[in-house]
Design a protein around this ligand. Structure first.
Ligand code: NAD
Ligand code: MG
Length: 299
């Protein structure tokens, strides 16, 4: 497979990876999703060149989807990587940790539930202890469930979505900052939904606006300490979160059509944005939201 530097037609890349209608219970796993249409995390294509040599990174939700592609890319760029994931995703996580090790880097598994503040704090401490410090925090774990009508969004669903996406970002960042030295970076996974909320995702979209705004406010607060904070805003990306209730099952085949490229994006297409924001190449990029969405106009 061609690496990320080979010239290719972006309308044709992955254009045949159109999912069927489907539903995955729980958080969904990459293993189950791959039985229908596999996602590309750059396993056979991402080529590193020492851009994160000897950095120490914590990536939440690094077992699958965007976080998995980021974990693979970071490792191939020379970073040691710890990933947080839910215990039921251990099989996915072990596969990604294996790829981190194959890149010759340290791989640390931190299973647990980020809706729990104590676990979130402990996850940062475990990463610091196991990696011998921390330079990069990627707040990427997320929950997305489509609910068509606000009267059907349960208080529990609203609470769990904010806990997973917004509160955990706060807890993790608060715990991480005391360990970060100048040159460190924090990257939040926001979404096109922060700017253009879909009617069936109002509570999820509100969390993504929150983490986007947190990135901008913290960027201002932490820049004087030499810590840069930025965000990546993906468009529709083929990951387990989508068939696991992120979209209605019958919407899955057509979700990518709304983009200028007319197709779903793949996790592998997100990883270079995170590598750029994590590395010193982006030394003058602060409080930015990098949109990786196949072309969906945003402010
Ligand atoms: P994904 O399902 O592969 O990753 C999400 C991960 O979050 C899961 O693998 C899981 O490990 C983790 N997670 C969820 N709840 C958790 C909890 N309570 N405790 C610990 N970990 C938990 O899906 P993805 O699409 O790669 O999602 C990654 C991020 O990208 C999310 O923040 C999502 O909102 C964002 N995003 C995704 C898309 C998309 O189209 N897929 C678009 C915009 C933004
Ligand atoms: Mg997962």
């Amino acid at each position: 497979m061609a690496d990320q530097y080979t010239m290719q037609d972006p309308t044709k890349m992955y254009a045949d990876r159109v999912p069927d209608e489907q539903y995955l219970p729980g958080p969904g796993t990459d293993k189950e999703m791959a039985e229908n249409v596999p996602a590309d995390h750059g396993e056979d294509s991402y080529r590193g060149s020492g851009r994160l040599q000897d950095r120490k990174a914590l990536v939440t939700g690094g077992d699958s989807g965007i976080g998995a592609a980021v974990a693979i890319a970071f490792a191939r760029e020379g970073a040691d990587v710890a990933i947080v994931y839910l215990p039921e995703e251990d099989e996915d996580a072990q596969r990604i940790l294996g790829l981190v090790k194959d890149a010759g880097r340290k791989a640390v598994a931190i299973p647990g539930d980020l809706k729990d503040a104590a676990f979130a704090r402990q996850a940062v401490q475990t990463a610091v202890d196991e990696l011998g410090g921390l330079d990069i925090l990627v707040n990427n774990a997320g929950k997305q469930q489509h609910v068509e009508d606000i009267v059907d969004i349960s208080d529990e669903e609203f609470d769990e979505t904010f806990k997973t996406n917004a509160y955990a970002t706060f807890w993790l960042t608060k715990a991480a900052v005391p360990h970060l030295s100048p040159g460190s970076t924090i990257i939040n996974s926001t979404s096109i939904q922060a700017y253009a909320p879909s009617p069936q995702l109002v509570h999820y979209a509100a969390t993504k606006a929150t983490v986007n705004n947190l990135a901008k406010g913290l960027a201002a607060q932490l820049a004087p300490k030499g810590i840069r904070v930025n965000a990546v805003a993906p468009g529709p990306i083929w990951t387990p979160l989508q068939p696991a209730g992120g979209q209605a099952p019958d919407a899955l085949p057509s979700v990518g059509e709304q983009t200028y490229l007319g197709r779903w994006g793949q996790p592998a297409e997100l990883a270079p944005a995170y590598v750029f924001l994590a590395s010193n190449e982006s030394s003058y990029v602060v409080g930015e939201t990098l949109h990786v969405d196949g072309g969906m106009p945003t402010p």
